[in-house]
Design a protein around this ligand. Structure first.
Ligand code: TNX
Length: 478
């Protein structure tokens, strides 16, 4: 009967049942009208009955951040939180109690401030409607970050007004890989698409109403082949046209380190900041092969000009220029753990993906970390025996293994671990349906881990089935 997922921190029930009806009246204290509207929208009910049965949305400043209380009894329902964000989390729990709830007292709040899911729309473009659905699904699992990986070698997905070729050229590739990467087969079908700034602003607003922050990522200085195809002067071999990549994997073509290229990146970020109010902005930094930089006389000359000893120091310099740009504008830069190479400017947050080591080092150096080690939370890995599963990149990550994940590594200051995030790289997820299949049910396990109430797998498993039905999402069969 109680299908709450993620499990709240504390629940007690007593005899009695409350039912939503035409008599139910919704009342919100001043400032909470947006939450009242959201509740009406999500329940599809006007909630404007004559009472006395009521849902009351109340403020209590002693409840900070995302904490909330729900009391269901003969009086009706009282939801209390310190402000909008707490109420947004409470709305999702309340929806799970409706339309008939036992009398209950719930006291709740998350263990981690960063409870994320990353969607890679670079490898496969996903329609706006599906991104909106992912926001809804994140919110329903009380996740509060959608990290959008907007650019990669195989496609540039965000309209940038001052550089129109990024989407005219960079949003399209000639074909995609068929089967596994190692087979080197292609479908011969052009693939692409991009989001206008207006579409992205709509998504940001939709997410914000539900308590989800969209953290945009522009992946620099590697993973930039789509941009280099659009503007060859950004690359290290401007005389030689290199198309938007059609193969997966890590590509040697990376940005050059001219001042004009730095200015280009800043120009892109400026438009990103216009669209995304998120305090955190992701600048990528992963998998930047140093081959071109080593072999380019011009890059070597530039390194001497800048007084940099090696290519790692050059990467650190490049990242530093982006970090400084964002910090000057009051935003917090985030990057993949490779941004630690050659030293990292203070104030940057590290996403630990190659394992836990990046997060451990980051924390030791005084940086914040988001933990997303590939062997624990990469939802592009197989969820069961590959023989009976749709083609995936590799690996094996079962539901149980995600559920057993502990985001704070031994010996790390917990205050440095902002939280955790599941990543959906879409090389092998060409459609929304394939993303849903890989994301669910595992994302529900990650959500309970991030909320901080994981532990009893059998209990989780029992709540999972009705929860998935409520989510209305495609998923791997249980
Ligand atoms: C590594 S994780 C990547 C991605 C791939 C992913 C596949 C990370 C920062 N970089 O470019 O899509 O592996 O699992």
């Amino acid at each position: 009967m109680m299908r709450l997922l993620p499990l709240p921190q504390s629940i007690t029930t007593s005899p009695g049942t409350w039912r939503l009806s035409e008599r139910t009246a919704l009342t919100a204290e001043p400032g909470l009208e947006p939450v009242a509207d959201l509740l009406r929208e999500l329940t599809g009910q006007p909630l404007d009955g004559p009472g006395p049965d009521a849902i009351l949305l109340a403020l209590d400043p002693s409840l900070t951040g995302e904490r909330y209380r729900i009391s269901v009894g003969a009086h009706g329902v009282t939801v209390t939180a310190g402000g909008l964000q707490g109420h947004r989390m409470a709305v999702q729990t309340l929806r799970q109690l409706l339309p008939a709830s036992p009398y209950t007292e719930i006291e709740d709040g998350p263990r981690f401030a960063w409870r994320g899911v990353m969607l890679d729309v670079g490898r496969h473009f996903m329609p706006v409607a599906f991104v909106r659905k992912m926001i809804d699904l994140a919110a329903m699992n009380r996740l509060n970050v959608l990290h959008l990986h907007l650019t990669d070698d195989q496609g540039w997905r965000m309209e940038i007004e001052r550089y129109p070729r990024l989407t005219e050229v960079g949003a399209w590739r000639a074909e995609s890989m068929l089967g596994h990467y190692r087979d080197q087969r292609f479908d011969g079908i052009p693939h692409g698409g991009f989001y206008t700034k207006a579409e992205l602003r709509d998504l940001v607003a939709h997410a914000e109403r539900r308590g989800v922050t969209i953290v945009p990522e522009i992946d620099l200085p590697g993973h930039m082949r789509a941009a280099i195809a659009a503007y060859p002067e950004l690359g290290n071999d401007p005389g030689h046209a290199s198309p938007v990549a059609t193969t997966w994997g890590v590509h040697d073509q990376v940005l050059n380190v001219e001042e004009s290229t730095i200015a280009f990146c800043h120009g892109v970020l400026e438009e990103v900041l216009e669209v995304f109010p998120s305090p955190y902005i992701h600048i990528g930094g992963d998998e930047c092969p140093k081959k071109e930089w080593r072999e380019s006389p011009r890059v070597q000359e530039r390194m001497r000009e800048l007084g940099l000893a090696d290519e790692e120091a050059l990467q650190s310099w490049f990242v530093g220029r982006m970090v400084a740009f964002l910090a000057e504008r009051g935003r917090k830069p985030v990057g993949w753990d490779e941004i630690l190479q050659g030293g990292l400017a203070p104030g940057a947050t590290v996403m630990s993906w190659q394992g836990e080591q990046g997060g451990i080092e980051a924390a030791a150096q005084g940086h914040d970390a988001v933990m997303c080690p590939h062997d624990r939370v990469y939802l592009d890995h197989y969820q069961a025996d590959p023989e009976h599963e749709p083609l995936a990149i590799g690996g094996l990550l079962t539901l149980e293994h995600v559920y057993a994940y502990e985001p704070v590594p031994d010996g790390v200051d917990p205050a440095r671990v902002l939280g955790t995030q599941a990543n959906l790289w879409t090389e092998y997820m060409p459609t929304p349906g394939s993303v849903e299949y890989m994301a669910f049910p595992r994302l529900c396990a990650l959500a309970e881990v991030a909320w901080g109430t994981s532990g009893d797998f059998a209990g989780f498993r029992a709540r999972l089935e009705p929860h998935l039905a409520w989510l209305g999402v495609g998923h791997r069969p249980l």
